[in-house]
Write a protein that binds this ligand. Sequence first.
Ligand code: NA7
Length: 530
Amino acid sequence: METFDVVIVGAGFNGLYLLHSLRNAGFSVRLVEAQSGLGGVWEANRYPGARVDSHVPNYEYSLEACWRDWVWSERFPGRDELVRYFAHVDRVLDLGRDIDLDTRIEACRFGDDGRWRITTDTGRGYEAPILLMCTGFGAKPYTPDLPGLADFAGTCHHTAMWPEAGVDLAGRRVGIIGTGASGVQVVQEAAPRAEHLVVFQRTAVTALPMQQRQLDAAAQTAAKVDYPELFKRRNVPPGNFCDITRLDAGAFDVNDAEREAVFEAAWRKGGFNFWIGTFSDILLDEAANRAAYDFWRDKVRARLDDPAIADLLAPWEPPYPFGTKRPSLEQGYYECFNRPNVELVDLRARPLERIVANGVRTRDATFELDVLVLATGFDANTGGLTAIDIRGRDDGSLAEAWSSGVDTHLGMAVAGFPNMLMLYGPQSATAFCNGPTCAEFQGDWVTRLLEDMRDHGHGLVETTAEMGRAWTAHLAEMADTTLFGRTDSWYMGANIPGKPRQLLNYPNSDAYREKLWSCEAAGYEGFMFR
Ligand code: NA7
């Protein structure tokens, strides 16, 4: 076994930042990654149209070495450009020499000697006192148990397991199950290419206009004088984007015309502005939320030719409170349904009965397909962690510990799993926080914690079951005081049959960051050291 101070699992934003930061702090570190390249979800999600939902310059590191010579071509970069960005980061920070790619971790065992032993599918093994899990929230694709799926004779792929060589959609009969962010993006690519496209929708997505645009290299370079200040703002309330703010007022603290003007301005800015950049109570108050939904609905309905299709894509009554499922960003998604070659199937009215050799059979029809796309999402937050056989004290399994629900302290540590910390994991701000922003503040926090342990000669850090229960209770309160608890979403673990229903991401990144910082200021409250 190779021996290090720290082993990091996962080469996405979190793992790479920690590798850089811990190496600078003088720790010996090895990062282990199952995939053949860097970028985490961006390496994996190579389906047509894959694109980030956070605009330049938010979705990148604030490290000057990384942004100084990097120029983005689009306001919302696509997957291939993001992968190139990670290669650039690798180069400028010289990360690769401490990374093992193509190495899938199978098991992590904590021994009585206070060290983790890590085994992999290549036979390579690692040993380290500290284990940092940076597997992200979307490491484990979810394929529903659709009857007959194995019988399909055409080409079938989950969006997160798309073949590197791609799939030709041109002139073919394509079916897409799922209308989350991935489904929306594939629909936009498939609609103009496919001979016929069938979109199987279970729940309408409240997709927002991306307002994509090409970026001018010279203007971007000139704007960099402000980057240091801009990046600081990602850590200043409200929110975690450097340039999305919201009013310190509720939606009904202003008159109708003013409210409409605020919504309209956010709509025009595009991206997440309409989700998180209008009024302070949109995700807290039913009436405020309804006002946002109605604005969204009217905008979308105006773009659809067929009122019956509009009733399915943008119903008069909200299918769930607006924004409590992550709003996808779209570029012409709704207009796809005005095309003669695109058909929308409402799976609630016409349930899917079986996948058959030549297509999808619903209660009332068979849709013949050459290609079936499963845009069915992820076993989000926990799936990437529980897929690894992680054993803490007394051989206790993490998957078993979480089988009836997740408990963590601050989303960072689990009782019974000493010296293991998780970043961007369950019960931290995660999907409610811009990835690189969270990677940096959590990564800095972990780096300071490990330095502090080294300074004090501590070899062990762990939390207690009481702290875990208290944090879970706090999140349950957040689920009740916001509108998130009302919706069956992956934020609530509710997209996976049988998964315990609980709020798995902390829905306020400002408050979350404050909690981390105050824990540290209080001498790492809730953690014990030896
Ligand atoms: P999502 O957002 O979880 O979307 C999955 C979609 O698949 C969603 O529309 C689901 O409908 C649908 N789904 C899931 N299971 C089924 C079954 N059994 N039958 C029919 N439809 C089903 O995943 P994405 O990959 O699009 O996006 C994930 C996030 O990753 C995204 O928000 C970005 O932040 C990155 P449902 O809504 O559950 O009725």
